[in-house]
Design a protein around this ligand. Structure first.
Ligand code: TMP
Length: 206
């Protein structure tokens, strides 16, 4: 099963994913927990280029292609082999982030971004996508409160950009109803964990 975790900045998705992975492992599941952009040395190198705060003149289409390149490398080296071995793959961000950030917020068009990603992924869609939904204001407030988290180039975008990200994610959730599950990430962490855990258990039939 290929599970992706999506949502805006400060939605707590990575913290919740860590807890879910631990619970699944305790139940004996073989889980690969990974993230995008990155997850393998080559893909992490691409991540560094994309998220470097000094790369202010990175072209929007070049950025979209770098995300797609990093995604493909990660699929080839890590995700596809793990799925072939019957493991559960939990990936923090995937293709839907490109649709929301580059397609929606950056204005390149969701269909254009879907096209380059169909080439990159050969049509590999997740079985389940958990969308951690929270307003950008609330999310950014949480980032500011978390001194340990490094601020990246996309965090520095204006609030309007983050509103478009959220709106596009919600549109995607509506378009891909079969695989999308919306989690109310504005709730306290323990509640968010339980919402996500209940949904994962339901999907796994446990
Ligand atoms: P994160 O590791 O904190 O989630 O940061 C990754 C950043 O990259 C985040 O701001 C979202 C952004 N992103 C895109 O814009 N497009 C993508 O396809 C992916 C995977 C991430």
């Amino acid at each position: 099963m290929f599970i992706t975790i999506e949502g805006p900045e400060g939605s707590g998705k990575s913290t919740v994913a860590n807890i879910i992975v631990r619970r699944l492992e305790q139940l004996g599941y073989d889980v690969v927990h990974t993230r995008e952009p990155g997850g393998t040395p080559i893909a992490e190198s691409i991540r560094n280029v994309i998220l470097d705060k000094n790369n202010t003149n990175l072209d929007a289409r070049a950025e979209a292609l770098l995300y797609a390149a990093s995604r493909r490398q990660h699929l080839v080296e890590k995700v596809w082999p793990a799925l072939k071995e019957g493991k559960i793959v939990i990936c923090d961000r995937y293709l839907d982030s490109s649709l929301a950030y580059q397609g929606g917020a950056r204005g390149l068009g969701v269909d254009n971004i879907l096209n380059i990603n169909m080439f990159a992924t050969e049509g590999t869609f997740p079985d389940v996508t958990l969308l951690f939904d929270i307003t950008p204001e609330e999310g950014l407030k949480r980032i500011a409160a978390n001194a340990n988290r490094e601020v990246n180039r996309l965090d520095l975008e204006k609030i309007d950009f983050h509103h478009k990200v959220r709106q596009t994610f919600l549109e995607l959730a509506d378009k891909y109803k079969d695989r999308y599950i919306i989690i109310d990430a504005s709730k306290p962490l323990e509640n968010v964990v339980e919402q996500a855990w209940e949904q994962i258990k339901k999907k796994l039939g446990i």
